[in-house]
Design a protein around this ligand. Structure first.
Ligand code: APR
Length: 289
């Protein structure tokens, strides 16, 4: 606490003298208290920026929160998908077996919203960080494809991609941008039903994807956790693995998560506002003549 905060004032005035009365007399007081918080905030942002700038290898885990500012609803936040829809009715193999048309209708609704969305400054800051030339891996739980649209390249889509489909019979997978007139339950050339190529509850993650993600988490100097509630496993275990491997872990989230207490730095705010502040990629030096 700075010298001018409530502690020193109370020593000047008798206890019975309520602080409230002081306010009109000392307007700078409130400012001082605010700036102390801001000073902490500024130093935490500076610390995060410094760690990121100095790191030769960085891995990032993102969740629905990073796409929220692009107008894509999250799952568990205010207005989240699971507040309105029941995952067991729409995002499970049983639901698809029961009513593929209903599941496709929902995914088509999500596709329309994502098709209308643009990457935001949070997505772009991560793409810029990757372009800085250090070892970089972007692990996302998002199926919206906005990281790739922002220019990121080394992406691990842990939960699949909503623009791809997979045959329930022959497992053939392909990109599939359904025309509005296309049949609601598209079929594979083998005759099998095509389903969204995303990971549903109760399904295993693609082995290659989770192995690559674990490797990246265990071999990075800085691990960034952005916009995820850290509730869904195995993705939610990655920050712990990075910690255990000695990485500096920085969390960016609007709210506290079960992981916040373990992070070296937990920044409270929007990804689209904070990531551009903590990601500074120095311009590449001019090649010598
Ligand atoms: N900036 C930063 N954080 C944000 C923002 C924002 N603009 N908006 C929301 N958040 C935070 C919320 O506070 C919350 O902690 O993002 C998190 C979103 O959490 P969820 O909705 O649970 O999404 P996510 O963690 O990605 O869910 C994991 O669960 O339903 C499954 O497969 C689905 O991939 C998803 C997985």
């Amino acid at each position: 606490m700075g010298p001018f905060c409530s502690a020193s004032l109370s020593s000047c005035f008798p206890a019975s003298f309520p602080l409230l009365k002081l306010t009109p007399l000392f307007p700078p007081l409130r400012l001082t208290r605010l700036s102390a918080t801001n000073q902490i905030r500024v130093s935490v942002l500076a610390q995060a920026r410094e760690w990121i700038e100095d790191a030769q290898s960085i891995a990032v885990l993102t969740g629905a929160g990073i796409s929220a500012e692009s107008g894509i609803p999250t799952f568990r936040g205010p207005g989240g998908l699971w507040k309105t829809f029941r995952p067991e009715d729409l995002a499970s193999p049983e639901a698809f077996a029961r009513d593929p048309k209903l599941v496709w209708e929902w995914y088509l609704w999500r596709r329309e919203r994502i098709a209308a969305a643009e990457p935001n400054p949070g997505h772009r800051a991560l793409a810029k960080l990757e372009a800085g030339g250090r070892q970089f891996t972007l692990i996302t739980q998002n199926v919206d494809g906005l990281h790739r649209a922002a220019g990121s390249r080394n992406i691990i889509e842990l939960h699949g991609n909503l623009w791809r489909v997979r045959c329930v019979d022959c497992d053939f997978e392909q990109e599939y941008r359904l025309a509005p007139s296309a049949p609601l339950s598209p079929r594979c050339s083998c005759g099998g039903l095509l389903r969204p190529a995303v990971v549903w509850f109760g399904e295993p993650l693609p082995v290659a994807a989770i192995d690559r993600a674990i490797h990246a988490a265990q071999h990075c100097v800085v691990f960034l956790v952005c916009g995820t509630s850290a509730l869904v496993y195995p993705a939610a275990a990655l920050p712990q693995r990075a910690l255990a491997a000695g990485a500096r872990v920085i969390e960016v989230n609007l709210e506290e998560t079960p992981f916040s207490q373990f992070a070296h730095l937990s920044l409270r705010g929007k990804c689209g506002e904070l990531l551009p502040q903590i990601i500074h990629v120095p311009p590449c030096p001019e090649p010598r003549k």
